[in-house]
Design a binder for this molecule. Sequence first.
Ligand SMILES: [Zn+2]
Length: 190
Amino acid sequence: MKVAIINTPAKGTEVHGAGCADVKKSEKRNKDEAWVIDVDSKLELSHTYWNDQIGDQVSPDSAEGWATAEAWLGEFNFLPCCGDLADGVSPFGTTEVPDLPVADDKVISVWVGWRVADAAIAQGGTLGAKLEARKPNAVLDRTVKLTKAESEALAAVATQLENEVLGSKGAGPVAYSCRTLRDRLAAAWA
Ligand SMILES: [Zn+2]
């Protein structure tokens, strides 16, 4: 299916069916030109969209690369106009999300999704300031280096957000994304 992907700095990345009448409006609103691609599934879309970012961590075409694409599905806002698009399955089946590389023994580098970033910014403090500094770069660059204390604070934010989201309707990919961040933080310190 042909889809139109629009980067929306304020709230993740919109995915429309390519023929959707809202594409033009969203392009204007978000000052972004839609990227139209033909994909068979949401997972394939995530894998294509994030290819460069995944490549910073692992080979995109490895099992870990596909697992990362799956973990980052929560960053997309799949609108009803792409309702027929299948979820998709990794060519490697289910794989654990890889640990992100640890920068040194005191700091980890972790990519943070917009929902968690926004929640952390709202809470303020050094963690909020750190993520605030990343905000203009939107969804493509929210990789932050965190101390253990900041990592724990971020895990708490992710946990809180996940609990909130799990208590409301229609939140599947969000909860998945948050849980993944928590797991990645834990894994990075393990
Ligand atoms: Zn649409």
